[in-house]
Design a protein around this ligand. Sequence first.
Ligand SMILES: [Fe+2]
Length: 316
Amino acid sequence: MGLLKLFDHWFDFKCPELPDLGGHSANLLASLLTMAWLVEARDPYTGGHLWRVSMYARLLAERVGLNDADAARFSLGGFLHDLGKVSVPDAILRKTDALTPSEYAIIKTHPEMGVRMLAGHPLAGLVADAIRSHHERPDGHGYPDRLLETGIPRIAKVVGVCDAFDAMTSERPYRHGMAPAEACAIIRKLAGAQFSSEYSSQFVAMCEEGLFDCIVGYSDHGIPLQTCPRCGPTLTIRREQGAGARVYCHNCGAEFSLETAAGRVVVTPTGAMGNAEQLQIEVDSMLISRTVRALAEMLPMLDFHSSQSQFVGQTT
Ligand SMILES: [Fe+2]
């Protein structure tokens, strides 16, 4: 098999649910976001994590004075950082007890796996550093390369602190999510060791100013996270869904009706269970379309309206 043949899948990839986004680069970007979204959907507890990390990363990048193109790239890195988790078995990904050393070693392969998955992709250069290095630590105890502060790319420092904050403030089957102030106290304490001092101090300041209030506990703009009252995981709700829409728990299969009460979205059990067709995971194609369009406006190095990708590289 010729080398180029290995990468044919990048150019043939089509998601039938996505509308025509108006260009080769836009469709390549949509294919990446779709893959990331599907990786996230494997874990019923992590709904909205990629959207939130992406939002935090963009706001933090803007806060520290980066230009639009870098802010968009950091945002994209937030969405794609855990792509390599597709290779981690569910039994390890969803384990609620402490991981054994050998299981932790498998988890630690996901950054390199993510980079390998993107090898040859025309847009890989935008986010490879975020994917490979988001678990590096300034004290050199991170992975996979045990980089020190000065060697960690900025995009990885930003995504790293945003990812950790979201993990701490999210519900897990074995613990409740922390309050943002509690997570910020931990980030402040670990600044310079686990987190970049510069970016973590800015992140904490932004959180204390309330700039993340419409992101923490949301899975999309204006969509507060809903959880299954029967078994706990996140219920995926699309912004376009209106009152009366049916949503399903992908863990226990229960069906819920979407309602609004006093301006807030609520879910009410119908007492029915979803069938195989209803329990299929559907890509939130409108969320991905909106994300691509927002990124396209900020990434002038990409030609989103021609038949050829015009990516010309970036700095870390
Ligand atoms: Fe990760």
